[in-house]
Design a protein around this ligand. Structure first.
Ligand SMILES: *Cc1c(COP(=O)(O)O)cnc(C)c1O
Length: 391
């Protein structure tokens, strides 16, 4: 048998051991962690909707109508009117013909990619794609070719060398870097080589684009440019679940073939009802996005003036690059001692030598909250003086 204890010990030695913090109370900037209040800058609740009273009321109002459990898979008897209404709403919101509601983004990526490509096909995947995309590629049994991050010329060349069915998959907003994929160029190159483009906009939905319709809408791209859009609902939207959206034929194909859609119990339908309410709110609440954009711009200005190395990102994901695993942990711990929670992200979540603090901003943060983060960062700046920066 493998020596599991030794593997854990090795992880501890290389600064890669992971532990979980215990949260109580609702998800919001003032977070109770291990029974201590902290100011959190690490959730993906970009719009501050995870604890929104209107969405909570929508969930409570739906419960007497729908009951609690999903009870069966969608193809048996679990496909509830509330799920169906959410799918129609998501199709309308994203400007797509149809949408399909999945239980999580992880399952959406696994199901969609493994349904749309298989043995003998080739998948082209950005080097920095999310773990669920990587796992979806592996599950498909297709040939996998990873292209350098957002490198259109390299992808173009790789596509030109390949025959047969081709699928290109990318994050819309990269989850650990916050930069946006070159979507217009990707759409063009995919059309040229007859490749099917799949974009996972987990961090763009609700946050970017007109009325929060995401990174693809921000670029003005349609369903014919990006045939398959994947979005998640547990981040900016503040509830739970995920969806695929695109041509009705492809969504029908997924109902036939996406195993993570077929062989799993439907989400509690009341969650779908609350998600509809959240989408309504997102569509009309432009000031929420404007406040968030202001926080992002102030953070970037002030943190880089302190000498921190940031990534070229205009999204609420604003990583501070550190490089060394232990230095990233030390900075995170020092901030936590000042009551500010920013988690360190280490390999294999990011490439080796690129450990970082993943700062995320939310519309729920006040200007005073941001000031507290900046003051804490100023006080901790000296900790990085001896560290070689990775970028
Ligand atoms: C978080 C994330 C997912 C997974 O979504 P869940 O609903 O949390 O399972 C998928 N893709 C990307 C890019 C993500 O960041």
């Amino acid at each position: 048998m493998r020596n599991f204890a030794e593997e854990i010990e090795q992880r501890k030695q290389s600064g890669l051991y992971r532990t979980r913090r215990l949260v109580s109370g609702p998800q919001q900037p003032e977070l109770m962690v291990n029974d201590q209040p902290v100011l959190s800058f690490c959730s993906n609740d970009y719009l501050g909707l995870a604890n929104h009273p209107g969405n909570i009321a929508a969930l409570q109002n739906a419960l007497p109508e729908t009951g609690l459990g999903g009870a069966a898979s969608h193809l048996i008897c679990g496909h509830h009117t509330a799920h169906h209404q959410l799918e129609d709403r998501l199709a309308e919101f994203t400007g797509r013909s149809a949408a399909l509601f999945f239980s999580t983004g992880y399952m959406a990526n696994m199901g969609v990619i493994s349904a749309l490509a298989g043995r003998g096909d080739t998948i082209f995947s950005d080097r920095l794609n999310h773990a669920s995309i990587i796992d979806g590629c592996v599950l498909s049994r297709a040939r996998i070719r990873r292209y350098p991050h957002s490198d259109i010329a390299a992808l173009d060349e790789m596509l030109a060398q390949t025959s047969g069915h081709k699928l290109v998959v990318t994050d819309g907003v990269f989850s650990m870097d916050g930069d946006i994929a070159p979507l217009k160029e990707l759409a063009r190159v995919c059309k040229r080589h007859d490749a099917l483009l799949v974009v996972d906009d987990a961090h763009g939905i609700g946050v970017l684009g007109p009325e929060g319709r995401g990174s693809i809408a921000e670029c003005g791209l349609s369903e014919s440019d990006v045939p398959v859009l994947i979005g998640t609902l547990g981040k900016g939207v503040g509830t739970s679940g995920a969806f695929a959206a695109g041509p009705a034929l492809l969504m029908d194909y997924l109902v036939q073939k996406a195993r993570t859609y077929i062989y799993t119990t439907a989400m509690p339908p009341a969650i779908a009802a609350a998600t509809c309410a959240s989408i309504d709110l997102i569509e009309r609440d432009q000031p929420r996005r404007e406040h968030l954009a202001r926080l992002v711009s102030v953070f970037r200005q002030r943190a880089s003036a302190m000498g921190y190395t940031l990534i070229d990102s205009r999204t609420p994901i604003q990583p501070i690059m550190v490089g060394d695993n232990e230095a990233a942990m030390a900075l995170s711990e020092a901030l936590e001692q000042q009551g500010v929670l920013v988690t360190a992200i280490r390999p294999p979540t990011v490439p080796a030598g690129e450990a970082r603090l993943r700062v995320t901003l939310s519309a729920a943060h006040t200007v005073e909250d941001l000031e507290r983060l900046l003051v804490a960062l100023e006080r901790c700046r000296h900790l990085l003086d001896k560290t070689d920066l990775a970028v």
